[in-house]
Design a protein around this ligand. Sequence first.
Ligand code: CTP
Length: 401
Amino acid sequence: MKLSGRRVLLGVTGGIAAFKIPSLVRALKREGAEVRVVLTEGARAFVTPLTLETVSGARVFLPEDFLRPQGGFIPHTELARWAELVLVAPATASFLSALRMGDASSLLVACLLATEAPGLIFPAMNEKMWSHPATQENVQILRNWGYTVVSPDEGPLACGESGPGRLPSEEVILAYARRLLSPPDLSGLRVVVTCGPTREPVDLVRYLSNRSSGRMGLALAQAAFERGAEVVLIHGPLSVPIPPLFTRVPVETTAEMQEALLEHFPAADVLFMVAAVADYRPVNFRAEKIKRRERLVLELEPTPDLLAEVSRKRRPGQVIVGFAAEEAENLASEAARKLRQKGLDLLVANPIDRPGAGFEAETNEVLILDREGRRIELSRRPKEEIAEKILDQVVRLRETS
Ligand code: CTP
């Protein structure tokens, strides 16, 4: 639990999405965070102090507390010193304006001016208010000052309109909170992750592919994001949703993945080649729907080895991590062969013939080999945990290279 014991000051301002905040407080608490809430006058109309006090298990700070410090407790400076992260959700247009102007007449803005903790702000409002130049300029200035202002999600809005304006999901808010509170050991690094299967069309309606879900790649991409990296996700068709934390490059065929990789690899510091690239493709694509007959022979040719190709083009300092799915019996020997033949820094191999590992599973068990001959075996555990261990190895390899 990355937020365990971390002190989060949560500012709530007066937008309709404030009704979601008690649930966010519970999610933060489940992750072990300590949460104190500051409500603005506007927020009070949407969510009650009693609810927030009950879910946070701590006193909620209201506008009038700013004017009446009790027993020598000066709320804005005390809270500013206490906080390790100030999270504002939802943030209204007028809150963004007040912060941009340094207008400390509300307790929440005063806390933000008085704190050294990072500020994480989630605007949510009508989409025209969001795209208004006043709001956009305020957001730009706050970003220039170092605040993390996360653009709202697109979708139906409470006002009946549709567009960018929705508060992002709890999972996304938590991912950003973890990013700002974790040791930023991948900070400033560009990480490319490929994941999911590729599809090779046979005819207008059929394709060759495999059962990769994309879960392991997404777990790595999210863990890298939370440790400070900028992540480009090159992905085939996935069976799980992709959180809006990455630059997404959707592809379908191996040739499209190759093109995307050749575009994004040169600027990458680390490549995780998690994709289950289709190994064969039909020699001839049939631009029709093939009719059922007695017997059909498809002629297939191997796809190019994308990993070996980028590995040949690497520049010094780039770390390349490959993956392999093998029968348990051949796992170690095949992993060693692929590490060597593809010129990798790290190879992560998992068995395909054990329950709770490999394709479509939520857990995995892996053998990790590195270029220096190290060997790490990880028993069955959630893919998120495996992802953290793989990242630890990447950090170590970067330190020693
Ligand atoms: N890979 C790739 N291009 C391919 C096939 C695989 O880049 N055409 C990458 C995968 O993304 C993975 C690694 O190579 O990171 C190993 O994939 P795997 O399918 O196990 O390797 P193959 O080279 O296909 O070996 P084999 O078929 O002999 O098992």
